[in-house]
Design a protein around this ligand. Sequence first.
Ligand code: FAD
Length: 226
Amino acid sequence: MVVRVKNEIKIDESFYKVEEIRQLTNETFSVRLPKARFRFRAGQHISLSIQGDYQSREYSIYSGENDENLEVLVKEVQGGYFTPKLRKLKPGALVEVHGPFGKFRIDENYRDTHKHIFIASGTGIAPFRSMVRTYPELDYTLIHGVRQGDEAYDRHEYADGRYIQCTSRDKQGDYHGRLTGYLKEAQFPTDSRFYLCGNSDMIFDALEILKEKGFERDQIHCEVYF
Ligand SMILES: Cc1cc2nc3c(=O)[nH]c(=O)nc-3n(C[C@H](O)[C@H](O)[C@H](O)COP(=O)(O)OP(=O)(O)OC[C@H]3O[C@@H](n4cnc5c(N)ncnc54)[C@H](O)[C@@H]3O)c2cc1C
């Protein structure tokens, strides 16, 4: 909200100036904001709107808890209402941020002792990058389902052997085929902690596969985007 105080314009604390729109692929970009006083836990999401626009959308936080910027990773949805406008913003544009929201966070009871299996489709990788940046000692494997090899957003940040890209439309990935195909073939320690994030079809299928492999529902956390 913009409040007029006498002749000055005071900008509400929930408004942030865009620092950078970082284009990662033709369709996917990140929005970098100053972190200011914003506090969150890795895995949580924010609600974002553009100044002067009445609609808002939710985005997982892509940056780590201790990073200098607050960053989100966004896929431009063709024909979508919000994402084409967001992508066109220039540095200095104002966006409104609310949150943080959500309980999709690393369970501290298992954080230092258990293997974490992160399962993401597309931009569903966002909360996992935040977790990995926040907890560098975490024992994890990140399984990322995308269409093409160029969708391995910031892959170089993950230590060797921790990031497994599954590509369904080209052969550039570590695994050629759908993420669910990889999950069926893979073996995980029986006490692994699973975190699933992305579209509901992937999450539903992955839950079924993990159930068939004998994992309990309370070992599995989910964040559904759409
Ligand atoms: C908790 C939560 C966290 C989220 N975090 C992220 C995130 O980190 N990054 C991100 O890109 N999105 C994220 N989303 C989805 C996001 O909130 C919007 O739905 C998305 O950006 C589309 O907005 P739009 O206005 O352009 O499309 P709309 O006009 O709202 O929708 C158009 C259609 O696109 C579908 N759609 C939505 N997202 C996608 C997608 N990624 N790929 C293909 N189709 C899609 C919708 O189901 C709808 O049918 C999250 C959603 C939730 C609930």
